[in-house]
Design a protein around this ligand. Structure first.
Ligand code: URA
Length: 233
């Protein structure tokens, strides 16, 4: 058994003060009854708690898509810079972490979850999940760039990338689809053919497309369909 306000705050529905307010205002039901005293004791496993019409599940995994802004670190901790989790309300209580990394200056689609099993599966090198990026570059692409991306770009450290696809859009803009996630991979792939990435935005991760209604810094929860698509990869 646990205090209702403590449980809701713990699950990230707000600070202790905020959830007490929700309870007093009558937004919270336990087993169908409005409960207005915040020290009400709930059985986290067997009681049905509803807040603002959403059923609260103590064990629920959370799946979020964030449109990552420039300047944020894809990590759960950093000494100097803001981290992507700073953008997610109540994250610290829910064990969230980003699924892989985008560079500090890369923007766009970043999945955030507390489902370690799924994240592990998505990030495993043998999973080969397609990642699609939109990019701007300086310099000129060599004539044989398509073939070189297809056959596998050799990076500065001698690593041969898996087959990738670069779609030049003209005007020094392109899409690139890669199946790996090595450190600075896209930037280094472009460098290897004599160009420089000046802007990088991830637009797809496997079956998940960045929701273009999300402004940079905004996030939303994945839909059931999106979660199922990820799980069935
Ligand atoms: N490739 C990069 O170079 N940077 C990223 O953030 C992601 C892919």
């Amino acid at each position: 058994m646990m205090r209702l306000d403590k449980m809701l705050a713990h699950l990230g529905y707000g600070s202790r003060k905020e959830v007490k307010e929700y309870i007093r205002k009558g937004y919270v039901l336990v087993n169908g009854e409005v409960i207005t005293n915040d020290d009400f004791k709930v059985d986290e496993i067997n009681d049905e708690v509803v807040i603002a019409q959403e059923v609260v599940n103590y064990e629920t995994n959370i799946y979020i898509m964030l449109n990552k802004p420039d300047g944020y670190i894809s990590s759960t901790y950093d000494n100097n810079d803001p981290i992507v989790l700073d953008l997610i309300d109540g994250y610290e209580k829910r064990g969230l972490f980003p699924v892989g990394r985008l560079d500090k200056d890369t923007v766009g689609l970043l999945l955030i979850t507390n489902d370690g099993k799924l994240a592990h599966k998505l990030l495993a090198p043998k999973s080969h999940v397609d990642k699609k990026y939109y990019l701007k570059y300086s310099g000129t692409l060599p004539n044989d760039y398509e073939k070189r991306f297809f056959e596998g770009i050799i990076l500065d450290d001698g690593y041969k990338c898996m087959s990738a696809k670069l779609i030049d859009l003209g005007n020094n803009e392109a899409y690139i689809i890669i199946k790996e996630g090595k450190y600075h991979q896209v930037k280094r792939m472009l460098e290897a053919i004599g160009a420089n990435v000046t802007y990088l935005k991830r637009v797809e991760f496997g079956p998940i497309k960045l929701d273009n209604t999300l402004k940079e810094g905004q996030y939303r929860f994945l839909t059931e369909d999106e979660i199922n698509e990820l799980k069935s990869l």
